[in-house]
Design a binder for this molecule. Sequence first.
Ligand code: ATP
Ligand code: MG
Length: 145
Amino acid sequence: QLRQVMQIMEWHLTEKELAVRLHVADITLEGDPNLLYQVWMNLVSNAVKYTPAGGTISIAARADDHTCTVTVGDNGEGIPAEQLPMIFDRFYKVDQARTRDSNSSGLGLAIAQKIIQAHNGTIEVASTVGEGTTFTVSLPCHNTD
Ligand code: ATP
Ligand code: MG
């Protein structure tokens, strides 16, 4: 699933000068592929949308004993600490003016969080203004390697 996302992302990257770093172990994610796909697409498209040209997006996936962890990071504009708790709210956008005319509804993260919770997983964010943002998704999984 992640590899599919990357193929679509390569298309994004032709539009914008961004570097991508991938560290994706060969793991199998468990759950509804179409729903999880929406999660990866939103996190990656956010990273693309909120990172200026010349930036770097890092995607990693790894599996521990019972947990698969996917991180999507960028070195873009970042999110102010006081706004971090709200970004998973429906229709919430940090910068209304800037996102008004672009294809932003402020729904992507709310939907992503619902999907991850429905898979008994967690989604967390760490961000520093001017430095970047990293989303970490943890899902139960049973990989044998
Ligand atoms: P949609 O996903 O519905 O098209 P959206 O991207 O604006 O619209 P969300 O994905 O829910 O909505 O994100 C909510 C807000 O969080 C965004 O409007 C943006 O302000 C902020 N945000 C999300 N991801 C990042 C990121 N990687 N870097 C900086 N800000 C971000
Ligand atoms: Mg979004």
